[in-house]
Design a protein around this ligand. Sequence first.
Ligand code: ARG
Length: 575
Amino acid sequence: MIDFKDIIAKEIYDEAMGLSTDEIRDLIEIPGDEKMGDYAFPCFRLAKALRKAPQMIAADIAGRISGNDAFENVENVNAYVNFFINRAFFAGQVIDEVEEKGSEYGRSDVGAGRKVIVEYSSPNIAKPFHIGHIRSTVIGNAIYKLYDAVGFDVIRINHLGDYGTQFGKMIVAFRKWGSEEELAKDPIKTLLGYYTKFHQEAKKDPSLEDEAREAFVRLEAGEPEETALWKKFRELSLAEFNRVYDMLGITFDSYAGESFYSDKMPRFIKELKDKGLLIESQGAQIVDLEKYGMSPAMITKSDGSSLYVTRDIAAAVYRKETYDFYKCIYVVASQQNLHFRQWKQVLELMGYTWQKDCIHVPFGLVSLSDGDDIKMMSTREGTVVFLEDVLNTAVEKTADIMKEKNAQGIDIDEVSKEVGIGAVIFQELSNNRIKDYTFSWDKVLNFDGETGPYVQYTHARASSVLRNASEEEMAALRSADIDWSYLESDSAYTLVKLLYRVPEIVLEAAEKYEPSIVTRHLVDIAQAFNKFYHDEHILVDNRDEKLAKLALVLASKTVIANCLGLLGIKAPERM
Ligand code: ARG
């Protein structure tokens, strides 16, 4: 793609200046005031080498550079050379590039040859996949897609919470009050019921707690009866989670969860002991982290069973040894900040310097707004809001809106899924991930706000414009001789600039683990497109003008679809 800074640096370069083109490039500024051009080059640094006043140098350079197609005008103001992009030329370059790359536009190969692990979603089995989990799932999936787009080899891991003392409780509860039939009907809600019942009963009869601990120790020792029950719970839960993943269009490369590491733990406990890091505290084994201002990391309990952090230590080393990752990204709520700090510190103390490549990507909480929403969203289960219900509600509500709008010739069933689920995903990715936010249907499904439906609607609008062009015209768009001078208006130029920046935006979003950078850019593109659409007549009689404008519409449609795709959202042709 055309790189204006590169062109400018090459044009300015002169051996006598004593600066390389890279150094010149670094000096180029983007003026705050558009009247000063699209790029500006300050000449102060050259004064010494050239033994001339900076103003004169600027005048020389401006005089020297003329006739480069990329610029409409190059002028000097005091010590600056100001460059005004040739809008027609620019539009042609960008649109041709989008046309040529198609669905690949925005992607790059920065990460080629390197492996990145993205661990996300990671719900706890036998527990509801609730609205809180949606954040890790959706943000993690977008981060996976961003890293994939910039060329890394990405491995997606779902670190299922499929282990821990709670399974001892569930096993005991199932034996005492459970039934296979009930379980098969509605597994997670039934298991949740057992779990709740266990806690109620244990208040009256504390010996149940001991029984549960024992059951977990037996499970960890691989006793067949406990293992079989646990397996059943896991499979039934996974089947339910997969229903949600299917709705979201999400898959994983590995479901190696916490249980996967249960037999790998002794090695690390021994290693910690050998390295003199373990100390005993009331029968438990801990790593003291007081020096680092943190509470201790508990490695084993007094009954010898392992803990969450221990499994995370084993998982990190296993992943390093198995995948030799360049980065291992953990998309987990900010509530677990302390856990991840402790864990990294323990890895560091163990001598694993690559712990710096393990990155906890935290995010804020989602809460529900007051009023009708809560009632509607938690019909079945009291206070727990199931993600599946949220997604289904989003689809139903979208279908209602579409029916109201009297959407004709549209497959409402299909499109309301794409739009409703897309709306929930988009909302999740709209704000800086670290911010807490309140879920509200009015915001999520507003077709005019900065929302998923608004962006998708813009895509559908572009598609509809293109449907109004003839086949012959659509074919002509692909031939080279388009007169780009019809795209010199402010609204066209603003749109072209936004399309131009997409590859850079995608890279920045990946580097910062921040999908909202793409979401915001997408809203900007949609707004710029709609301004262009309203300000200008596209389907005009003048054929050359019409073709130039259609080419911009087509490029916009491609870019919007690509960016939506990076967020895990579909781009319907009609809605
Ligand atoms: N299962 C955990 C939970 O729902 C999240 C797991 C996060 N990942 C990790 N490697 N600790 O809270």
